[in-house]
Design a protein around this ligand. Sequence first.
Ligand SMILES: Cc1cc2nc3c(=O)[nH]c(=O)nc-3n(C[C@H](O)[C@H](O)[C@H](O)COP(=O)(O)OP(=O)(O)OC[C@H]3O[C@@H](n4cnc5c(N)ncnc54)[C@H](O)[C@@H]3O)c2cc1C
Length: 375
Amino acid sequence: MSVRNVLIVGGGFTGLTAAIALAQRDVKVTLVDKAPAWARVGHGLTIQGNALRVFTEIGVIDDVLAVGQEENSLTLFFADGRVMAEMPTPRTGGDDLPATIGALRPDLHEILVRKAEELGVEIRLGLELTSYQNDGETAVSTLSDGTTETWDLIVIAEGIKSQTRPKLGIAEDRAPSGLGIWRAVTSRTPEMTGGIAYPFEDDGGAYKVGYTPVNADQCYIFVLCRPERPDNGLEGWQEVKRLMENFHGPFDYLRESITADTFLNFQEIEWIFVEGPWHEGRVVALGEAVHAVPPLIAQGAAQCVEDSLLFAQYVTEEGALEDQLSAFYARRIPRIKGVVDASLQLAHWEQNPGTPGADPGRVMGMALGALVAAP
Ligand SMILES: Cc1cc2nc3c(=O)[nH]c(=O)nc-3n(C[C@H](O)[C@H](O)[C@H](O)COP(=O)(O)OP(=O)(O)OC[C@H]3O[C@@H](n4cnc5c(N)ncnc54)[C@H](O)[C@@H]3O)c2cc1C
């Protein structure tokens, strides 16, 4: 086995899944995160079947299914509330798993942290990687507390804003997608299943509005819109209500549920795709540090956890680490490129409704269909 002692930098989906999968293969793992404590705040996520397949393999699927809300189809609405279509969602994790679940991000994060701790992963919070040095058969880290340590491998799982990425010789940087998104968690009625509504025309600034149940009585709402907030003097919750005001049917209930106390957040959506190598010597970047997409087919976290499991499998086989990292990267690139291309195409069509030949349903279906095969 090429690696026995690994430092993981970043404790999101990527870093925690890599930590679990390595520890299950008898690797000693230390994980650092710059957050001083794990925060319980956060939004809902759609977790697709291919991510659930990874969660099955790392032994957390029962806990994940227990906190999530299964969804196997999506309702498309016209803005006035009429149903446009009911679309079955491809079962990207195979027929034994739900097509998707909706869940609160902190619930999933807690499950992964608990599993990592059970497996003996040492988690140190409030620490950043300041610098590293490749030293032949090892890599040496310097952390923000001034300590230096030696590892067989350092994994950069810092997310899209990774500061270590350029130090690996990676020239690509995150870029604007042209989209912004509001997200909120609010109550739902029992009969609501996941849905997306499209405006008749771009009159209020929302490209589309959607919701996904995350448990028996809550859902998360998103409003896809322009990347800049209009200067209209409205507070966040008032702006979300304004953006939703032309959407009816189930969206009337959701809009009315939003109050000044609703936890919500606005962000500009960025993307990155690093097509060149993801490693330099004994330091490798995974997950959103090297690929992040607008969440239009909800594959972000799924691609991250696929990376992490496959990576752990490669580097714990017999052989030379350089060959293993190169083979791992070569295997991931075509699959991730399919997700990136589809997501960017969909982002373009969101911003340019009425584009001749636009066919989001076909692009989405083909992109997800391609993921049913094992990664
Ligand atoms: C609006 C939006 C909606 C989304 N919706 C979905 C969805 O429905 N389904 C889905 O599958 N995906 C979705 N995604 C994508 C998903 O959230 C990401 O793919 C996933 O969270 C990325 O995980 P990560 O671990 O690579 O990075 P992150 O979650 O960003 O984690 C990085 C971690 O590294 C830490 N860190 C960073 N730098 C350092 C450092 N120098 N030292 C130490 N620690 C550091 C950070 O504190 C953080 O904990 C969405 C993304 C966005 C923006």
